[in-house]
Design a protein around this ligand. Structure first.
Ligand SMILES: Cc1cc2nc3c(=O)[nH]c(=O)nc-3n(C[C@H](O)[C@H](O)[C@H](O)COP(=O)(O)OP(=O)(O)OC[C@H]3O[C@@H](n4cnc5c(N)ncnc54)[C@H](O)[C@@H]3O)c2cc1C
Length: 390
């Protein structure tokens, strides 16, 4: 990535055109997209190395399409599992079958791949394009002037940039320092998440959302014959073990043929928020990814929306660097409503997943009836794949 010193129109010396704070999937995508266009960019992250945990496991068709020009779609596609179907089930009974195979895309499936792998592919591409991540370097403060932003880091160093992007996740320091509100709320339930090896009970090319009388559990395939399990519970253990995950599957998962947990590769618990930043721009500061929006993992959209934010923002920044700063407002006007729609869809799915036990039978009956309507199934396939946002 070119790191040459440039000058702003009023000749204030700047170190870089764009400073990106945060090297998660959003920051890495933005860094690579700008590097590809020869923009002087600096990317920093507070961690000494990338996080190696799984987190987002879903890459949607629209995201793969959008990543093609960057030269990463094919690489990523090779490393994941193609899930051709998504079903909502009540134990063994299919309530809603969603088929991705007839979607008009080169990727008629959901790509299941761990976030660590996705970040690895993006970092590899960034490096090929001449970029790198300066780490560990944590942004602690920023000040805006008429023609630049000055960032201050925890090691005492400073950086002047023509534009600064907060891709620094849910607890964004950039958002906070810019006084941008993060409006929304949190869910009461906690989520338990585990990547496991399973035998029997579930197919390896389908994402299943079990809406069973005892509660919700998602079972999704991952590479290397692993499965991702996500469930809502009242009080999740800090690290779920095999017995805990087995009990969840026995109570909520397939009944006819038991899915047996052989081992837990990695597990965690988390709480979920649904929030959207009040604005994506404060003069020369922009927000993207989780810094701008967070929601329940239902629908697996979070990382996908962040990657697409980054690709839109790269074009807007290129226009702004050429003098058209209105492109930066257009970025927020285009992307904020998308985040609001995704947050609303994830919220509906989460509320449906967590209805009170006595309403679960009614919910499942209504879902079964509604799913008989092909347009509804088609609409869900378009929404889940992200193709609706083309
Ligand atoms: C358990 C779990 C499961 C999930 N499952 C899914 C899923 O199935 N599908 C999906 O799409 N999404 C999922 N998500 C959400 C997904 O992980 C996020 O949407 C995604 O990581 C957002 O990417 P990001 O780059 O915007 O932010 P992050 O990945 O949070 O990256 C932000 C980066 O900024 C750095 N940073 C923070 N503060 C500073 C600072 N002050 N200075 C410098 N650097 C800083 C951090 O170190 C980090 O590297 C899940 C999340 C969790 C926690």
């Amino acid at each position: 990535m070119p790191q040459t010193s440039t000058s702003s129109p009023s000749n204030t010396p700047v170190d870089t055109d764009v400073l990106i704070v945060g090297a998660g999937p959003t920051g890495l995508t933005l860094g690579a997209a700008l590097a590809r266009r020869g923009i002087a960019t600096t990317l920093v992250d507070r961690l000494a190395a990338g996080v190696n945990t799984s987190r987002a496991a879903v890459v949607h068709a629209r995201t793969l399409e959008a990543l093609e020009p960057l030269g990463v779609a094919e690489r990523l596609d090779r490393l994941g599992v193609h899930a051709k179907r998504f079903t909502i089930r009540d134990r063994d009974r299919v309530l809603v079958p969603i088929d991705f195979t007839s979607l008009p895309t080169r990727y008629p499936y959901t790509l299941m791949v761990s976030q660590a792998v996705t970040e690895g592919v993006l970092l590899e591409r960034l490096t090929e394009l001449g970029g790198r991540v300066l780490r560990p370097r944590s942004l602690v403060a920023l000040t805006q002037a008429a023609d630049h932003v000055e960032a201050q880091f925890d090691d005492g160093s400073r950086c002047r940039a023509r534009f600064l992007v907060g891709a620094d996740g849910m607890h964004s320091r950039v958002r906070e320092a810019s006084g941008i509100a993060f409006t929304g709320d949190s869910y009461g339930e906690s989520f338990v998440l585990a990547d496991v090896h399973l035998s029997g009970g579930v197919p390896h090319d389908e994402v299943i959302l079990y809406f069973s009388p005892a509660g919700m559990v998602v079972v999704a395939p991952l590479p290397d014959h692993a499965h991702r399990i996500v469930a809502t519970v009242d009080d999740a253990p800090e690290v779920p073990d095999a017995a805990y995950v087995q009990a969840l599957l026995d109570a909520r998962g397939p009944e006819r043929e038991r899915a047996v947990v052989r081992d837990v590769i990695w597990g965690s618990r988390f709480r979920v928020h649904h929030r959207v930043a009040d604005t994506y721009r404060d003069r020369r500061v922009l927000l993207a990814g989780d810094a701008a929006h967070v929601h329940s993992p239902a629908g697996g959209q979070g990382m996908n929306v962040g990657i697409l934010d980054a690709l839109h923002l790269s074009n807007a920044l290129i226009q702004a660097l050429a003098g058209d700063t209105a492109a930066l407002d257009a970025y927020g006007q285009a992307r904020r409503p998308v985040a609001q729609q995704v947050v609303a869809l994830a919220h509906r799915l989460t509320r449906m997943a967590t209805v009170r036990p006595r309403l679960r039978g009614l919910r499942n009956m209504l879902l079964g009836l509604a799913s008989k309507l092909p347009p509804l199934r088609r609409q869900l396939a378009w929404r889940l794949s992200g193709l609706v946002y083309r």
